[in-house]
Design a protein around this ligand. Structure first.
Ligand code: AMP
Ligand code: MG
Length: 482
């Protein structure tokens, strides 16, 4: 479909005018496709025409006047900033596909906006290709996320630590509202606007029964976030900057600036260069999301004119919600689909073994299935001198598997569907991004393809399964890329 022929809307601005400002992207000198996700485009019936390139670059306006900058606030590393907003992003418009699904089309890196503050409104090739790669890897892993449709080189240079080529990302989302969107309105004492935003989210998510019931919506959102964090923990994803302006009200994983993946299992792993205190370390993610739910609760208390008491009371169910979600994910990694007494202990004990032996998170789980009947050498070697302890644990796990209603083959299948063979390993991501920045894009797309079906064994993708050297991981740092 021609982009100009699409029926663009901006229901957010018409339903909640306080949520944004009309704005347009700044044109760029030399737009050129760097990446275009054909499968996603096909799913939506979109074309990759010269016109699409100009629209993604910000050099041509959409047929309707729908573009807007979204206003939001946020708790950044615990400190409240009442005015953040889209400083380098721009909602082009909303589009309803043939299935009736509404999509936000948002540019990132499309130029300065009224929210840019000191920033240049631009983004680098490296950071936009990074988001493109990792958002699709997350989708491949089965984790709800914003999804990039395209990356366009701009022909501009961008000053960061060094001078880098600039790019714009087009990402699609079921709705780009964040906890910070509510905090922005709550800080301006606009209870009715917070209520309207919540209704908007409920309608876009299809939570019609709860649409006018803020406590019920709050519980629903907490449940969603509990599952999201549990899914991150299960694949070893470290978001890196879980500020409330980066937490989607739709429950999508978003903003991939400083994220990273676990290599060897060290629960205190943190890679972001700006996270000096480890606030957003791997094992802090559940607690930090609970803290963020407290921020959401505060905005809802403003919306309802109530005290915090009932909201905190509701928030206390987070612990159980998260534990349940985590157990579902972790049991599945063990091949188990039923819940039994002692499962939590069994999971915890395997985690302890992985940690004590510094085992690669992804391989430690992926190879476990092969030890279902008798200890597999490749698996055992990961545990080095802790082999005897592993053997004892395996015996307990095999016994638990025998109590499972399913047959051994179902257990193995469940494990293969929940323990990826491949994740975006940090050293591979950095290597292919650097090559792509210099025009060599084959490795980038090879890794990209390998990550779209991460649960399937693929001989050609073996090169992307290799863990990093320990020394690489120990000094590895990620940057926001702002
Ligand atoms: P982030 O850390 O990417 O979540 O961004 C935090 C805030 O800084 C948001 O309001 C962004 O829009 C803004 N921001 C980040 N990078 C830039 C940039 N290069 N130019 C303008 N604003 C930016
Ligand atoms: Mg952000």
């Amino acid at each position: 479909m021609q982009w100009s022929a699409m029926a663009w809307e901006c229901s957010l601005l018409s339903d909640v005018p306080e949520a944004g400002l009309r704005w347009q992207p700044e044109p760029v000198p030399a737009p050129r496709w760097l990446a275009f996700h054909e499968a996603l485009a096909d799913e939506l019936g979109l074309d990759q025409s010269p016109e699409a390139l100009l629209i993604c670059a910000g050099n041509q306006r959409l047929s309707a006047d729908t573009a807007m900058v979204h206003l939001y606030a946020g708790h950044q590393f615990g400190h409240f900033n009442p005015s953040l907003g889209d400083g380098r992003a721009l909602l082009l418009g909303e589009w309803v596909d043939a299935q009736g699904q509404r999509w936000d089309f948002q540019l990132k890196g499309s130029g300065r906006t009224p929210c840019s503050r000191q920033g240049d409104g631009r983004a680098t090739v490296r950071s936009m290709l990074r988001e493109y790669l990792i958002s699709h890897a997350m989708h491949g892993l089965g984790i709800p996320t914003t999804r990039a449709l395209a990356v366009v080189a701009t022909g501009n240079l961008v000053q960061r630590d060094r001078i880098e080529p600039g790019a714009i990302l087009l990402r699609l989302s079921h709705g780009l509202l964040r906890i910070g969107s509510l905090e922005y309105q709550a800080a301006r004492s606009r209870p009715a606007v917070v209520q309207k935003l919540m209704r908007y989210v409920a309608e876009r998510r299809g939570w019609f029964d709860e649409a006018d019931d803020l406590p019920a919506l709050f519980l629903r959102m907490m449940q969603e976030h509990a599952m999201r964090v549990a899914q991150w923990m299960a694949v070893g994803f470290i978001h890196g900057v879980l500020n409330t302006d980066n937490i989607s009200l739709m429950g999508e994983t978003m903003d991939y600036g400083p994220c990273a993946f676990l290599e060897h299992y060290d629960p205190s792993s943190v890679f972001s260069s700006i996270d000096r205190s480890g606030r957003y370390a791997y094992d802090q993610q559940p607690a930090v999301m609970a803290w963020n739910m407290g921020c959401l609760a505060r905005a809802l208390a403003v919306a309802t004119g109530t005290t915090m008491e009932p909201w905190y009371e509701m928030r206390s169910s987070w612990t159980t919600m998260y534990r349940d979600a985590w157990q579902v994910c972790m049991r599945a990694k063990l091949g188990l689909t039923t819940a039994m007494e002692g499962d939590e202990r069994l999971i915890e004990d395997y985690l302890l073994l992985l940690q004590q032996a510094s085992v690669d998170w992804t391989l430690g789980w992926r190879y476990l299935a092969e030890s279902l009947h008798q200890t597999n050498m490749t698996h055992a070697q990961l545990f080095g001198s802790r082999c005897a302890e592993l053997e004892q644990w395996l015996e307990r796990w095999r016994q638990r598997c025998r109590a499972e209603a399913g047959m051994a083959s179902t257990i193995v299948t469940t494990m293969q569907q929940n323990n990826p063979a491949r994740i975006p390993r940090n050293h591979h991501v950095e290597q292919v991004l650097l090559q792509a920045e210099h025009g060599e894009t084959e490795p980038f797309f090879s890794l990209f393809r390998a990550l779209t079906q991460p649960y399937v064994e693929d001989a050609e993708a073996i090169r992307w399964q290799q863990p990093a050297d320990r020394s690489f991981t120990e000094q590895y740092m990620t940057f926001c890329g702002t």
